[in-house]
Design a protein around this ligand. Structure first.
Ligand code: NAP
Length: 514
C-alpha cells in the first residue's frame, strides 16, 4: 500500500490548473438544478417535500433540490442499516478500506468538479474549495490505512496457559450529522470513519449543502459500498434529527456543528429510552472563539499576516477562524494598523473569480445574525474597518475590524461565524494568556512570540485543542494536526488523528485457557 501522504493542493498560479478549474465551473453550472432522491436500503425514494440549495453569491440561483425525509423514512433507514450491518461488520477491515481508497481515486480524478460545486453551493474561493476536497481525500486515505492497522488489535500480555487478545469490533448503527462549512471534508470524514470501522450509517447532510453530499454518496456507491450500509436522508433537524437521536436502536452520533445543536444532541442521546440496550456514544465537535495572541517580543508582520488570513479566509466561517486578536499594549497600535492595511487589500466578491479571497456568508440567517453583531460591535468598541453588508444579489459582508473591545464584551465572547474580527489590549503576557482562556470555548489558538519562555508557557497553559506557535490558527492537515477542541468546543475527538476511529469501535478482550 502507498504510505499516507497529504493530498497536495492545486497551484492556481499554473495556467493549466486555472483553465481546468474554469472548465469545471462551467460543467457544474451547466448541470445545476438536479433533483436528488433519498437513498434507503439502496432504493431511491422521491418525496414531494424538497430541500432547495441556493448559491450564496447569487441567491436566485438554484444549485439543486433533494427529497426531504420524514420520520417514516428515518425509521426505514434505521431498520435497513441494522440488516446491512449484520453482513458489513463481517467484511474484512482491508476490504472496507479498499472501498475508501477507490472512492478517493474517483474523487481525485474529478477533484475540480467537486471543488467547483462548493464554490457555487457554499461560496468557497477556489483555494478554500480545493483545500476542502483535498481534506476529504485525506480522510479517506488516512482512515482506510488506520483501519487496516487497527485490524491487528493491540498487544497484551499472555501467560503459558492463557492466551489473551485485544481487538476492535464495530459498534452498530450511527447517525452522521455534518455542518455546511466544510461541506465535503467533514461530511466525508464523519461518514467514512464510521463506515470503515464496520458500522452502518444514516447520513443527514446540512440543509445548506445537500448537493455535494448527494454527489459523494454516489461516489461511495460507485466504489462498491453495499446497499443499506449508508442511507442518505436529508431532512430537518427538528423533524428527523431528534427522532433518530432518540431512537433506542441508535448506537452513536457523530456530529459536527454548533454548540446549541451539539448540546441538544448530547443531552437527548444520554437518555436511555425504553427498549434501549446500550449507552449511546456521542462525538460532538462544536463551535469556537479562537484567539491569536501577540506578544511584545514578536514578529509583528507575521502577526498581522497570520491574523488576517485566519480571520477572513472563507469569510471567517471556520470553527478555527481567528475572531479575536489580543495584543500586548506596547505593540497594539502597530499590529492593529497593519492588520487593517492588509485586510483592505483582500479581494471581496463572487468566488467564481480566481482572485476572490472573501466570498459571501452562507445564507440569509447568517447574514442577519452577523449584521446584528456588527451593530453590537459598534456599541461595544470602535469600528475600524468594514461594517457594510449587501444582500441585494448574494450575502456579502465586508471584512470588519472592531478595536478596543473589553475582553468580556459579546464580540469577544460569542461565536459570530463571519468576517468580524475583534481586537483587545493586554498589559503583559500574563494578561494575554488570561484573556485567551476567558471564553467557554477551547478549539484553536495561536501565539506569535519570539520569547521562548512564553512559547513554553503557552504550550502548557493556553487552553485549546489545537495550539499553533508563530503561525495562524486555521488550516489543520489530516494526520499532521489532529483536530478538535474541549470545553464547549466539544468532545475533542481529534478528527484525522491516531485515536479517532476508536470512537466508533468497541474494544474486546478474548482470553483462552489451555
Ligand atoms: P448547526 O446549525 O449546528 O448544524 C449542524 C448539523 O446539525 C446540520 O446538519 C443540521 O441540519 C443538524 N441539526 C440541526 N438540528 C438538529 C437536531 N435537532 N438533531 C440532529 N441534527 C440537527 O451548525 P452549522 O451552522 O451547520 O455549522 C456551523 C457550526 O459548526 C459552527 O458553530 C462551527 O464552529 C461548528 N463547526 C465545528 C467544527 C469542529 O470541528 N469543532 C468544524 C466545523 C464547524 P440542518 O442543516 O438541516 O439544520
Amino acid at each position: 500500500m502507498i504510505p499516507y501522504k497529504h493530498d497536495p493542493w492545486t497551484n492556481f498560479s499554473v495556467e493549466e490548473n486555472r483553465r481546468a478549474y474554469e472548465a469545471a465551473l462551467k460543467k457544474v453550472e451547466a448541470e445545476l438544478g438536479g433533483d436528488f432522491d433519498l437513498i434507503v436500503d439502496g432504493k431511491r425514494i422521491k418525496t414531494d417535500d424538497k430541500i432547495t440549495s441556493y448559491n450564496p453569491s447569487n441567491k436566485e440561483q438554484v444549485i439543486g433540490t433533494v427529497s426531504k425525509a420524514k420520520r417514516e423514512h428515518a425509521e426505514e433507514a434505521m431498520q435497513a442499516a441494522w440488516t446491512a450491518f449484520e453482513e458489513w461488520r463481517k467484511w474484512s477491515p482491508k476490504a472496507r478500506a479498499e472501498i475508501l481508497f477507490r472512492a478517493s481515486a474517483i474523487v481525485k480524478r474529478r477533484r475540480h468538479e467537486f471543488s467547483a460545486l462548493m464554490t457555487l453551493e457554499a461560496g468557497k474561493s477556489w483555494v478554500e474549495a480545493d483545500g476542502d476536497t483535498s481534506e476529504a481525500i485525506d480522510f479517506m486515505e488516512f482512515y482506510g490505512r488506520q483501519m487496516i492497522q487497527l485490524a491487528q488489535g493491540k498487544p497484551c500480555n499472555s501467560s503459558e496457559f492463557q492466551h489473551n487478545e485485544y481487538n476492535y469490533q464495530p459498534v452498530g448503527v450511527g447517525f452522521a450529522v455534518p455542518p455546511w462549512n466544510f461541506p465535503f471534508a467533514i461530511m466525508c470524514g464523519i461518514t467514512v470513519s464510521a463506515l470503515v470501522t464496520g458500522n452502518a450509517v444514516l447520513l443527514k447532510p446540512s440543509s445548506n449543502t445537500p448537493i455535494i453530499a448527494a454527489k459523494f454518496v454516489e461516489v461511495l456507491e460507485e466504489a462498491g459500498l453495499p446497499k443499506g450500509v449508508l442511507n442518505f436522508i436529508p431532512g430537518s433537524g427538528s423533524e428527523i434529527g431528534d427522532y433518530i437521536v432518540d431512537h433506542p436502536k441508535l448506537s452513536f452520533v457523530s456530529f459536527t456543528g454548533s454548540r446549541e445543536v451539539g448540546c441538544r444532541i448530547y443531552e437527548r442521546a444520554a437518555k436511555v429510552q425504553e427498549g434501549q440496550q446500550w449507552l449511546k456514544r456521542v462525538v460532538a465537535e462544536m463551535g469556537g472563539k479562537d484567539t491569536i495572541i501577540v506578544d511584545r517580543d514578536a514578529d509583528l508582520e507575521l502577526a498581522a499576516q497570520s491574523i488576517v488570513k485566519s480571520a477572513f479566509g472563507y469569510s471567517g466561517q471556520k470553527c478555527s477562524a481567528c475572531s479575536r486578536a489580543i495584543v500586548h499594549q506596547d505593540v497594539y497600535e502597530q499590529v492593529l494598523e497593519r492588520t487593517i492595511e492588509l485586510t483592505k487589500e483582500l479581494p471581496v466578491g463572487n468566488p467564481t473569480d480566481v482572485h476572490t479571497f472573501v466570498g459571501p456568508v452562507i445564507d440569509a440567517g447568517q447574514f442577519r445574525s452577523i449584521s446584528e453583531y456588527i451593530e453590537i460591535g459598534k456599541q461595544e468598541g470602535s469600528l475600524r474597518l468594514g461594517g457594510e453588508a449587501d444582500d441585494s444579489t448574494g450575502y456579502f459582508i465586508q471584512p470588519t475590524i472592531i478595536a478596543d473591545l473589553d475582553p468580556n464584551s459579546r464580540i469577544m465572547q460569542e461565536e459570530i461565524f463571519g468576517p468580524v474580527l475583534g481586537f483587545s489590549k493586554a498589559k503583559d503576557f500574563e494578561e494575554l494568556l488570561e484573556i485567551a482562556n476567558n471564553t467557554d470555548y477551547a478549539l484553536t489558538g495561536a501565539i506569535i512570540s519570539n520569547n521562548r519562555e512564553h512559547l513554553e508557557r503557552a504550550r502548557r497553559d493556553f487552553q485549546v485543542g489545537n495550539l499553533y506557535l508563530n503561525r495562524g490558527c486555521t488550516g489543520s492537515i489530516v494526520g499532521e494536526q489532529p483536530f478538535g477542541g474541549f470545553k464547549m468546543s466539544g468532545t475533542d475527538a481529534k478528527a484525522g488523528g491516531p485515536d479517532y476511529l476508536r470512537n466508533f469501535l468497541h474494544a474486546k478482550t478474548v482470553s483462552e485457557a489451555f
